[in-house]
Design a protein around this ligand. Structure first.
Ligand SMILES: Nc1ncnc2c1ncn2[C@@H]1O[C@H](COP(=O)(O)OP(=O)(O)OP(=O)(O)O)[C@@H](O)[C@H]1O
Ligand SMILES: [Mg+2]
Length: 282
């Protein structure tokens, strides 16, 4: 159903999304679609008209030089920034204009380039902070049905313990999050988003600052979740990781998608080598 072959994205085709892309954007089924998305900061067009279809049940990579607009793109998808123009649709719903919290509740979760745990809280408390639509959040029920609130808190705790165990943090539950290594903090970020059973996870540079052993753990977790049907969109400068697990790979440069294709096509493409791989390898 989804075109995955290499495709150079011609500027002329950016105005209107047609064919498969248009069907995907209108349809549901866990597809993420961006159409004509623009974001400027003053005179700088950080994202300059991006059309993109992210197919479900894939691990799609996003690569591009520093400043290409990768994180800005994630901020636009996840609701931290509102686009100046264009549409973001996920699973048949318009996302642009919704709050990050609403988007998260639609099952689209993101992690940050620089992890943001609450350092003075334990690893377990950090995972349990993720809102799970618990009854206890509403004052009235908290007062009238404390038994139910306590039961939900127990469930959240059990769920957090299970997920942190899956993420390799089972022996760190009572440690302060601020004492974790960079790689462990990335795993904690992953654990936190898993609390809501997301359909799609956006990972912003998951391998940055992570030692090789923990990176393998992270790769294992991504592949295991992917096998269970979670869709990933991953920004990453670590070409080893991208080439190993991402299909397709989207190449950004100066706020635009310049190419999309599988690893062998990406590595052969002169424009991509010029824009990025040449520099990365230099
Ligand atoms: N809030 C902001 N205000 C002003 N300029 C910004 C803002 N956020 C990003 N930019 C600029 O927009 C451009 C794209 O930034 P972005 O963070 O998306 O880059 P990136 O592709 O994620 O790069 P990196 O690989 O270094 O993380 C950069 O020139 C950046 O300085
Ligand atoms: Mg970034």
């Amino acid at each position: 159903m989804y075109a995955t072959g290499a495709r150079k994205v011609e500027p002329a085709s950016r105005g209107a999304v047609t064919g498969v892309a248009a069907t995907c954007i209108r349809g549901g089924g866990g597809v993420l679609g961006l159409k004509g998305v623009v974001k400027s900061f003053g005179n700088l067009k950080a994202v300059g008209g991006v059309d993109l279809v992210v197919a479900p049940n894939r691990i799609t990579g996003v690569i591009g030089p520093n400043g290409a607009g990768n994180t800005t793109l994630f901020n636009l998808i996840a609701g931290s920034l509102k686009p100046d123009a264009g549409e973001v649709v996920f699973d048949g719903r318009r996302l642009d204009g919704l709050s990050p919290d609403r988007i998260f509740r639609h099952g689209l979760a993101r992690t940050f380039q620089i992890p943001r745990p609450f350092p003075g809280m334990t690893v377990l408390e950090n995972a349990m902070l993720v809102p799970l639509d618990q009854t206890g959040e509403r004052f009235w029920t908290n007062w009238t049905r404390p038994g139910r609130v306590a039961r939900e808190e127990r469930n959240a705790r059990e769920r957090a313990v299970e997920i942190l165990g899956f993420c390799g943090l089972g022996d760190r539950l009572g440690h302060m999050a601020g004492t974790l290594s960079g790689g462990q903090q990335k795993l904690l970020e992953l654990a936190r988003v898993l609390m809501i059973d997301p359909k799609m996870i956006l990972l912003d540079e998951p391998a940055a600052g992570v030692n090789p052993a923990l990176m393998e753990t992270l790769v294992d977790k991504i592949l295991a979740l992917h096998a269970r049907g979670v869709t990933f969109l991953i920004i990453e400068h670590n070409m080893d990781l991208v080439m190993r697990i991402c299909r397709p790979i989207v190449v950004m440069a100066e706020g635009r998608v310049i190419f999309e294709g599988d690893p062998d096509e990406i590595q052969r493409h002169p424009e991509v080598i010029d824009a990025y791989l040449g520099q990365a390898g230099a």
